[in-house]
Design a protein around this ligand. Structure first.
Ligand code: NDP
Length: 371
């Protein structure tokens, strides 16, 4: 096990210490060099659900980040994770007592992976406990909450990052590089299609109190965020329309399908779709005066596939959450930066657009945005 872990650490350390932006995207042969011997971010995961489990497993291949603790409301899961990941009892908390983490010098950061409506209070409590926080998307339910979280983290002098894993994905970054360096020319149009058919009607994602909305909070946010990093500008207006075919399943305040349009200062427009009732919906398309880029699939767990007017994008797939945690450890420990930011301010911009979309739906009017 140890030798496997060392092996994986070497792999990830060498590939991930390379800049995964621009032309410096690692190829498979780079994986086997340079072992990592620098500082390691010691992370506790809060919320041991489906995504928390995925992150924990992906972190096993990290060199710069290590899972060392848990915060959970389910004692059986804590026990299971303790034995699976070798977590000491002194690093295990529940939702009542986790403020005590302030006295725990073995944990540097907490990754909040709970239902959306809980993020605000949990992040603020963790900031008060002096821990860096990584928070899942959507960072909060609205911009007001997001701003309060940013303020609390600033006041406590801890970092706040949002789990935007696509900001480290090589094919996505290559499209961004091409657009930034003018290879595509002036950007004219972006299309973001994000959706899936959601199952179990009793899950928290379909409960307004816990989810804060419906598909837009969960999957549509990828189109919002993607429109911003693909176009490379902040939108100045939004319009939106909603379609609901099953009001029994998608109750008041839980959106089933939303179309929205964004306008950008340079004249580009975006047309996006967010749905809990349409499958095979995972495509980004950017068209510009000199070329185009397509990511299909664009935001799933991968491998992401992409092509541009110059041909297919060929970069090695690395588990998104492994790359993300490796890069986030660098941001927290060494002040590294991401080509597309993953800080609280970035999360707040998406929340301002979400507020704008819901307002546009309510009023039927175009809403001006100030990001
Ligand atoms: P799950 O329902 O699978 O897990 C959520 C966990 O949160 C639960 O298992 C539970 O863990 C804990 N929890 C605490 N309070 C509650 C409550 N009242 N109701 C339900 N669960 C509670 O959800 P996901 O893991 O899929 O999603 C969690 C977060 O991660 C969401 O914000 C989601 O948007 C985000 N996410 C991000 C993804 C990405 O790709 N970046 C992908 C999937 C999700 P415990 O029993 O340990 O307390």
């Amino acid at each position: 096990m140890d030798s496997r872990r060392n092996f994986l650490q070497k792999i990830s350390a060498s590939v991930l210490t390379l800049s995964i932006s621009g032309n410096a995207i690692a190829s498979a042969k780079d994986f086997f060099n340079q072992p990592y011997e620098g500082p390691v971010l010691r992370v506790a995961i809060m919320g041991l659900g489906s995504y928390g489990t995925r992150v924990a497993d992906a972190m096993q291949a990290c060199a710069k980040a290590k899972l060392v603790g848990v915060i959970s409301g389910t004692p059986a899961k804590i026990k299971n994770w303790q034995s699976k990941y070798n977590i000491p009892a002194s690093n295990c908390y529940n939702y009542e007592n986790f403020d005590l983490i302030k006295d725990n010098s073995e944990i540097d950061a907490v990754y909040v992976i709970t239902p959306n409506a809980l993020h605000h209070d949990q992040v603020i409590r963790l900031a008060k406990a002096g821990k860096h926080v990584i928070c899942e998307k959507p960072m909060a339910l609205n911009a007001k909450e997001g701003q309060e979280m940013i303020d609390a983290c600033k006041k406590a002098n801890v970092k706040l990052l949002v789990g935007y894993r696509m900001h480290f994905e090589p094919k996505t970054l290559e499209v961004i590089r091409m657009r930034k360096e003018g290879e595509l020319g002036k950007v004219m149009f972006f299309q973001g299609l994000c959706g899936f058919k959601i199952g179990d009607p009793t899950q928290w994602r379909l409960n307004k109190q816990l989810a804060g909305g419906g598909s837009l909070m969960d999957i549509g946010i990828y189109a919002i965020n993607g429109a911003r990093y693909m176009v490379g500008e902040e939108p100045v207006w939004v319009t939106a329309q909603e379609a609901k075919t099953n009001p029994e399943k998608f109750k008041e305040g839980v959106d089933e399908t939303i179309q929205f349009q964004l306008g950008f200062p340079g004249g580009a427009v975006a047309s996006c779709l967010s749905s809990y009732n349409i499958s095979n919906l995972d495509r980004f398309f950017l068209t510009a005066e000199k070329g185009f880029a397509e990511l299909l699939p664009s935001t799933g767990y991968g491998p992401i596939k992409g092509r541009t007017n110059k041909g297919e994008l060929n970069y090695t797939h690395i588990t998104h959450q492994t790359v993300q945690m490796e890069k986030m450890a660098g941001i927290i420990l060494s002040g590294e930066t991401a080509l597309v930011p993953v800080d609280g301010e970035e999360g707040l911009k998406d929340l301002k657009i979400i507020d704008g979309i819901y307002l546009a739906l309510k009023t039927g009017k175009k809403v001006n945005l100030k990001l």
